[in-house]
Design a protein around this ligand. Structure first.
Ligand SMILES: Nc1ncnc2c1ncn2[C@@H]1O[C@H](COP(=O)(O)OP(=O)(O)OP(=O)(O)O)[C@@H](O)[C@H]1O
Length: 637
């Protein structure tokens, strides 16, 4: 028999052993985590090397067995005389049965990359597309070219769906492209079994996946149904997958390859530089009326007789701005998710035919806009990320002619957007990327966009086509923020002591010695304007000196400001922080926008003159007749 003391002693020893085991487990866990990370990183490196090795092959050859036919179909069916950058590479790679991801900016001509190969070999190309209107447009336009194509969508009738599904089984069909939405793969057993039949008959030629970034949660437009597409590469191993997107961040591209089960596949990326787009930030006034005056001047004078889009972030704003502009005699119409699809198509069509000068829209007006001569895209409210901004502004100037992308910015709009998006992962970082672009007055805007897309464009790629690059001289001024940071930090701490929450407005009031006396800071007012003060607050938010803290009320969400982690370093004697003051070249609201593209690909300028002449002669400028290539970039090929 043991005494209680002996058992106590033994228990202590067991406890000690357990602690040692736990320490060992913890060590092993750490080691496991490190090995897992290393495994992931090695896997990524292997895939990157595979991708790089495939990308180093020259895919632009014209000696493939299909090359002659490709040229023929391009000229005679698509009525195009030459490829745009990277199109031929994509066509050759997919016809060589390579799984390929294509990254091209909006309007660069991705559709041709799967439409043309579909006509080269026997069999059927499946095109996965997220938007019914996009499928309808493409099928209509292919049918006009005498190319047999069909689509299956939730709005198709039973007979139409049956006829389209039969295409998969019918060996004698002349249909070359079948468009489907991604949920078809997830939800229709009949579709999947017919697709397997098509494959078994050796007729499944290729699967093209448009807007392929929708697979990834890291992308800006995640759609759960896209995840089902991961089964395709295993189910149809010898069928090339061709994913297409305008989203180029490395993270999203790796994720997409993983989800589609094609890691290390060929990635063909064309440059994202849109040399014909002029980028501009405009100071946004505080009152809606003043903002509408700016829009009025732009539409009446700068963009007289031209068509464009005005983006904002709420349905109410689209309606208010539309009303405001109409009262001032402008022909505009609003577009948002609350309109039924018939009303939306009507607005779209009337705008397309220039009955409306501008559509005032939320982002519901997005994918599927195929109007080449959009001369301006105005952001009345900032986009929720650079990615979104690039897509939205990129709807301008798809014809290669000069077009302008103007963003109205003021600090208050940060909170309009942040309170809408804050609950989704990473959304604030994305938004702050957009704010940094708006606060920038130092770097070429193209360089900022290039960095976002992991590209490197030289300074000369801008050709003074942004408000920063066309400043006459570089008279950069900076503000030292060390003392201001301390003041702002103490205002926030003081408010916390008084149990008061500070919105950005209240914080600026207290800093500029306005508002309730107990919140005001005790020193002097800053020796710069309130507008610059707003920039400072935005700058501190985007650099983690201040963080947003969201609170719900019955009707809305409010963003209050708190000290961020970086505020802890402000008491360090070596702390230094400078903010450049932004100042842009003048931008005439009441003078017509320039039309010439100085220093950019001459053929485009010629094209513009040609178009102007056609217009003045009263000729209709039909897009299908524009067979001359209008380069999106001066890339290779
Ligand atoms: N090589 C070419 N030469 C002239 N026009 C072309 C060429 N390739 C495509 N196009 C035209 O360019 C326009 C835009 O092409 P497309 O709709 O395929 O762009 P996209 O890259 O799919 O854009 P989005 O991302 O907005 O869908 C279309 O009108 C198309 O006919």
């Amino acid at each position: 028999m043991h005494t209680p003391e002996q058992l106590e002693k033994e228990l202590k020893n067991v406890d000690k052993d357990l602690k040692n085991v736990e320490a060992e487990i913890s060590k092993l866990r750490t080691r496991q985590r490190q090995l897992q990370e290393k495994k992931k990183s090695l896997g990524n490196s292997i895939n990157k090397l595979k991708s790089d090795s495939l990308a180093s092959i020259d895919w632009t050859g014209t000696n493939y067995e299909w090359s002659e036919k490709v040229e023929n179909v391009l000229n005679n069916i698509f009525k195009i005389i030459a490829f745009r950058p990277k199109q031929l590479s994509v066509i050759n790679s997919t016809l060589s049965n390579q799984h390929t991801i294509v990254v091209m900016p909006t309007g660069a001509g991705k559709s041709l990359c799967y439409q043309l190969p579909a006509l080269i070999k026997p069999g059927l190309t499946i095109v996965v597309s997220p938007l019914i209107s996009l499928m309808e447009d493409q099928v209509r336009s292919l049918n006009k070219k005498n190319v047999s194509a069909k689509y299956i969508s939730s709005s198709s009738s039973k007979d139409e769906t049956s006829a389209a599904l039969n295409v998969l089984k019918d060996k004698a069909t002349d249909v070359k492209l079948l468009y489907v939405t991604p949920e078809r793969f997830a939800k229709s057993k009949r579709f999947m079994s017919n697709l397997q039949k098509c494959h078994a008959d050796g007729r499944l030629q290729r699967i093209a996946i448009d807007e392929v970034h929708c697979c990834s949660q890291w992308g800006h437009d995640f759609r759960p149904d896209y995840k089902y597409l991961g089964i395709l590469s295993n189910m149809f191993p010898n069928v090339p997958i061709l994913g297409l997107t305008a989203t180029a961040t490395a993270h999203v591209l790796t994720d997409v390859q993983k989800i589609l089960n094609i890691p290390g596949c060929l990635v063909i990326k064309s440059t994202f530089n849109r040399p014909n787009l002029f980028y501009k930030i405009l100071e946004k006034p505080t009152s809606q009326d003043e903002c509408i005056t700016i829009l009025e001047k732009l539409l009446k004078y700068r963009y007289r007789d031209e068509t464009g889009i005005i983006y904002t972030n709420s349905i109410k704003d689209t309606e208010d701005i539309t009303q405001g502009l109409r009262k001032r005699g402008l022909k505009v119409e609003c577009y948002h998710a609350n309109l039924d699809s018939e009303a939306r198509s009507k607005v779209h069509l009337k705008w397309h035919d220039k009955h409306y000068q501008a559509i005032v829209a939320t982002v519901a007006f997005g994918m599927g806009i195929d109007k080449a001569d959009v001369r301006f895209v105005i952001h009345y409210t900032i986009s929720k990320s650079m990615e979104n901004y690039y897509q939205e502004s990129g709807r301008a100037g798809r014809d290669g002619l000069r077009a302008e992308c103007v963003t109205l910015y003021r600090m208050q709009d940060i909170f309009k957007v942040s309170t809408m998006v804050f609950s989704s992962v990473g959304s604030l970082d994305h938004l702050y990327g957009m704010i940094k672009y708006c606060l920038n007055g130092t770097y070429c805007r193209r360089q900022l966009i290039a960095e976002h897309f992991d590209e490197d464009w030289g300074n000369t790629d801008c050709n003074k086509m942004c408000d920063v690059c066309c400043q006459p001289e570089n008279n950069l001024k900076e503000i030292n923020l060390e003392l201001h940071c301390k003041t702002i930090s103490s205002i926030i701490e003081n408010a916390e002591k008084q149990d008061t929450k500070l919105t950005a407005q209240k914080l600026i009031d207290a800093w500029f010695l306005k508002g309730p006396v107990p919140l005001r800071h005790k020193g002097k007012e800053p020796n710069f304007s309130r507008n610059i003060g707003e920039d400072v607050i935005a700058y501190l938010i985007t650099n983690n000196f201040i963080i947003e803290d969201f609170h719900f009320t019955a009707y809305s969400t409010i963003s209050y400001l708190k000290r961020g982690v970086n505020m802890d370093v402000v008491s360090d004697p070596n702390f230094s922080l400078k903010m450049p003051i932004r100042k842009y070249s003048s931008f005439e609201l009441e003078t017509p926008a320039p039309t010439e593209l100085v220093g950019i690909v001459n053929s485009e300028t010629v094209e513009r003159k040609h178009l102007k002449k056609r217009k003045s002669e009263g000729l209709k400028t039909s897009k299908s007749k524009l067979t001359k290539i209008i380069p999106i970039s001066d890339d290779d090929e």
